[in-house]
Design a binder for this molecule. Sequence first.
Ligand code: TYD
Length: 139
Amino acid sequence: MKNKTLIETVELQQIKDDCQMCIAETGKQIPFPIKRVYYMVHNTPALPRGYHSHKKLEQIFFCISGTMKMILDDGFHKEEIILDDPGVGLRLRPMIWHEMHEITKDTIMLVFASDSYDESDYIREYATFKKQVDLICNS
Ligand code: TYD
């Protein structure tokens, strides 16, 4: 059974004057070349989402407005973190099942991804995910 923490945060460079400026650069705070950026804007409290893992994709999640709870699961144990600081991101490595909960009305999630969108990189069924991690663990 794995026991390393699943929570890996990334702190952006910040300049604070009359605003909070957060700066992300590949090779500094971001450990991979960013190939895709996407964001989700919520105008009402949202239903939980995520419920998948990626085979190869790496991502860093930021909550640049509002708050949300991320649940991470490596197939052996779960950890959770509240994201509420625009300057602190959560690194999401491949083969981590993740769920976003408690998304508030003003939540804006910003995500940096290491690759282009590819549906074949998703594992969307927990049982399939669990089988894959067991295989990797036993190989
Ligand atoms: P998904 O990654 O499943 O979102 P979440 O984990 O937040 O529930 O994406 C939702 C839908 O959007 C899904 O049909 C795939 C599509 N999508 C793209 O077409 N391109 C993208 O870059 C992303 C992130 C999603």
